[in-house]
Design a protein. Sequence first.
Length: 278
Amino acid sequence: MIKYEESLIDEKTYRAYDAWAASDIRLLAKSYGHYDHKLKYPEDYSYTAALRAGTIVHACVLEPERFDIEFVVPPEINKRTKAGKEEWDEWESENGDKFALTQEEYDKAMVMRHHVLRNPRAKELFSGGMAEVPILWEEDINGITYKMKGRADYVKIVGDQVLVLDLKTTMEATYDAFQRSIIKWDYSTQAQHYKRGFEHLYPDHEVSFIWVPVEKSPPYGCQIFQASEEIYAHGQRIREEGFRNLEHGEADPNQLNLPYSDEIQRMKLPGWFKNRAR
């Protein structure tokens, strides 16, 4: 079995590889219609401002050397003058293939990096490993073998343990808030997906999935949460449901099974909110 140190592929190759990523499985689990829409209208799932911000922070925190080389803030140049145009053209010829940041984006990324690494446990976890680790594997789900893929933010091997770390930018990194984020954004599917992937690569190791959320605004709180067995179990149920939806959708593409109603529905407060308000 190829270990992650030997299986590095570039982003273009990874994205082109025909296999199931956690994000696509999450769409399938919502309904076959959600996944079908992405197939028909991929432009609706293009690069967003949130993805751009995440890319910047990930590179700044996890790959600081690459960040210093490949990410750059363009200088302020008056391009309306002849001299300014020449100066800009010279700068662009030297830096045109780099990731251009605004000064605000750069400053915020550096502040968030500082707050992640000031957490001694996070600093320890994000050292001695490898960032942006792509993995490919095959897995049986519901009696069918599927090709899977994933790219972990950071992987660290300690003895017989494989630690799969996921850096998240979030509005609030408290325990309760991030617990709700796990439910809202279905992070349990991601946790189980990567756990299964690295278990295939390292069958003799114990694999743990760990989130490191950092807030996007002051005070830029940062915490560390390890996925529990019930989160993995929930993630596996979602994955199995997703592939059942795929089977049904491929059998009858007209049955999109979108989870919506045309009727007026009475909205109530969720139980967790009512319990908190008491």
